[in-house]
Write a protein that binds this ligand. Structure first.
Ligand SMILES: [Zn+2]
Ligand SMILES: [Zn+2]
Length: 452
């Protein structure tokens, strides 16, 4: 197998790998870098100019895996795109939202290379999608090379898949983004326990030590207690979330807490993409049974839209639980504006439930101390940190020990590291090198082709 990482900057960026098995070329994922903009946020697609791939696989619908897909389809218009059935139901909405976000960015930042693609190109992309069922192989034949492709559920978010490629008695496994634990929204990963020749593993939480006192159930209970306490003292709670996955997971937890009387019936506010994705997940649940979200959840919670206009430093008119994107308080998002309203008032709380990159406003706020001045650059506003800032370990990514165990089982010839910051990859590299085995480890340099 030949493998080239097309993610220009390494880290958790624009996920995209070109895999060559004999004469067959397969592109796995075509993401957009979450912190970069315009062309700079895309994978390096030049390698596809000489010869288009024979197949594109999308592991799941987060934009760091899906967001550049229309650019690949523009460049290689006749290539089929494989994704799971739930991903097929979600992808179009996410890509359309991505066009709208880029259009807004064009106006706000005079970024004239945006949008990178149009709604018509999203249509063309969606038309290329071939749905895949978990556990049911599909064959790709290119000349004398037959590749068998099989998807396995990878937990993480509805539709997420780990991918097995089999070619000439060899098998290669790509974890995609993976969570082995069950979440309320979606069951944990179910990967095959056989031996692979090569395992390509995500490494998102490689730098995060396991905290034995913080399992998912106890963290969920602590979140609900915190919300109850804040509401009780007359405050509001902001929960910054990703629109795909985390928002619906939080709704399910709030709903359950309400039913079991662990939370009083306080108003819940949310809007936008995450609400639409919730509706689509209702379809996913009904058609495939592969996720546990239904429209009844938001209906019974009586979720309503947050106020349209907020003044930094001034609390919103109605107190309650605000479940808003983005998860990392990225500038010019609903959660960023709400944080500027709530942060200076001691009764409130901001509860982080997922990963926040240290360079984002969310990451900076998590590192800030009580009383310190926090600056909202995009709003030209600053305020002392007075409300409580809490973090809960409820991530959609597997912890590093579990992932390492999966990658090492059966002793593959090689483990390839992807989707992680340098310290996270370094931990995996060290552990694999230190394990008593002959397994080799590769942290690929972007753009370089490796023969594995
Ligand atoms: Zn993801
Ligand atoms: Zn990802």
């Amino acid at each position: 197998m030949k493998l080239t990482d097309l993610n220009r900057y390494g880290g958790v960026g624009a996920s995209s790998m070109l895999v060559e098995l004999g004469g067959a070329r397969i592109l796995i994922d075509a993401g957009l870098h979450p912190k970069r903009s315009g062309r700079d946020a895309t994978p390096d697609l030049r390698l596809l100019e000489q010869r288009p791939p024979d197949l594109i696989i999308v592991t799941h619908c987060h934009l760091d895996h899906l967001g550049s897909l229309p650019l690949v389809v523009r460049q290689c218009p006749n290539v089929p795109v494989l994704m799971s059935v739930p991903s097929q139901l979600l992808a179009e909405r996410l890509l359309r939202n991505s066009v709208n976000v880029m259009k807004r960015e064009r106006e706000e930042k005079s970024a004239f290379d945006l949008p990178l693609y149009t709604m018509a190109e999203v249509d063309a992309t969606v038309a290329r999608i071939v749905p895949m069922l978990y556990g049911q192989p599909r064959k790709l034949s290119v000349g004398h090379d037959d590749v068998e492709i099989t998807f396995f559920p990878s937990g993480h978010v509805p539709g997420a898949a780990g991918v097995q490629l089999a070619h000439k008695h060899r098998t290669f496994f790509f974890t995609g983004d993976v969570q082995f634990d069950d979440q309320r929204l979606v069951g944990g990963a179910k990967f095959p326990s056989k031996r692979f020749d090569v395992v390509v593993t995500e490494t998102t939480r490689g730098a995060t030590e396991r905290d034995s006192g913080k399992d998912r159930a106890s963290e969920v209970a602590r979140l609900i207690r915190t919300i109850d306490h804040v509401i009780g003292r007359g405050g509001s709670v902001l929960i910054p979330v990703f629109a795909l996955g985390r928002m619906q997971e939080i709704f399910l937890l709030l709903h359950e807490a309400r039913l079991t009387k662990k939370l009083p019936p306080v108003p819940v506010f949310a809007a936008g993409l995450g609400m639409d994705l919730g509706d689509l997940m209702d379809d996913v649940a009904k058609k495939t049974g592969l996720c546990h979200f239904t429209r009844a959840v938001t209906k019974e919670l009586k979720v309503k839209p947050p106020p349209r206009k907020l003044t930094p430093g001034r609390e919103p008119g109605e107190k309650g639980i605000y479940v808003l994107s983005s998860g990392m308080l990225v500038e010019n998002t609903p959660s960023y504006a709400m944080a500027a309203s709530l942060l200076g008032h001691a009764a409130n709380a901001i509860c982080f439930v997922g990963y926040s990159d240290p360079d984002t406003p969310g990451g900076r706020l998590l590192a800030a101390r009580k009383g310190e001045t926090f600056v909202f650059d995009a709003l030209q506003f600053q305020t002392p940190v007075r409300c409580s800032i809490e973090r809960f370990e409820m991530t959609g990514h597997a912890d590093r020990e579990e992932l390492l165990e999966f990658a090492l089982h059966g002793e593959p010839r090689q483990i390839v590291l992807t989707h992680g910051d340098p310290p996270a990859r370094a931990w995996f590299a060290e552990q694999i090198a230190g394990a008593d085995s002959k397994v080799r480890v590769l942290d690929p340099v972007p753009g370089q082709t490796y023969e594995l």
